[in-house]
Design a protein. Structure first.
Length: 191
């Protein structure tokens, strides 16, 4: 009788977990991007309806696996609309069989992914650096190194690392990191 109760309980927990995961995945696919919450904006293009947030059709929780056991992140995972992977810069195995991959993007940024030994996604960030060409409050237009011109809005909750007190000014070097959902996580100014 105890075995039957344990089996039923495990089945109930499995079903509950499946329902929760499905709800989380579906809520990410149906949510509308909010203006100002996006990490980057493409320079004005012919199609102004293109979203620049993370591609929500690709689940961070379910990466594809290659035959060697490392996770294969989809070509568009976490990328702004219209941006593609240009080439792989670094692809290494870390301690405890973690895997790190750095890819150059067509807009000049870099996608950094770290996966665990089972291929589960641990980190997905986009990194950008460039020169500020225009400033309007916390909205900054940047010529990305080896890439496109982008306008970013730095959220109020993000502290700007500015060791040399340069401020958000034209001609200042800027670096920023965006998470897998398209939110700016870190901003640093250099001279």
């Amino acid at each position: 009788m105890t075995h039957s109760k344990d089996s039923t309980r495990r089945g109930l927990y499995s079903t509950l977990l499946l329902v929760i995961c499905t709800c989380i995945l579906l809520s990410g696919c149906t949510s509308k991007p909010q203006s100002g919450a996006q990490g980057t904006k493409e320079a004005p293009a012919a199609d102004s309806s293109a979203s620049t947030g993370a591609n929500s059709n690709n689940s961070v929780n379910n990466p594809k696996h290659q035959q060697d056991g490392t996770a294969a992140i989809s070509d568009t995972e976490g990328l702004p609309s219209g941006v593609k992977v240009k080439r792989v810069i670094k692809d290494i195995t870390l301690k405890n069989n973690y895997h790190k991959k750095i890819e150059l993007l067509t807009d000049g940024g870099k996608r950094v992914t770290i996966t665990d030994a089972n291929g589960g996604l641990v980190l997905l960030n986009l990194e950008y650096e460039g020169i500020i060409s225009q400033v309007s409050g916390k909205e900054v237009t940047v010529q990305v190194d080896h890439g496109t011109q982008q306008t970013i809005t730095i959220p109020d909750n993000v502290t700007i690392e500015d060791d040399d007190n340069l401020g958000l000014n034209k001609g200042v070097e800027i670096e920023w990191t965006i998470d897998g959902e398209g939110n700016i996580q870190n901003v640093e100014l250099d001279d």
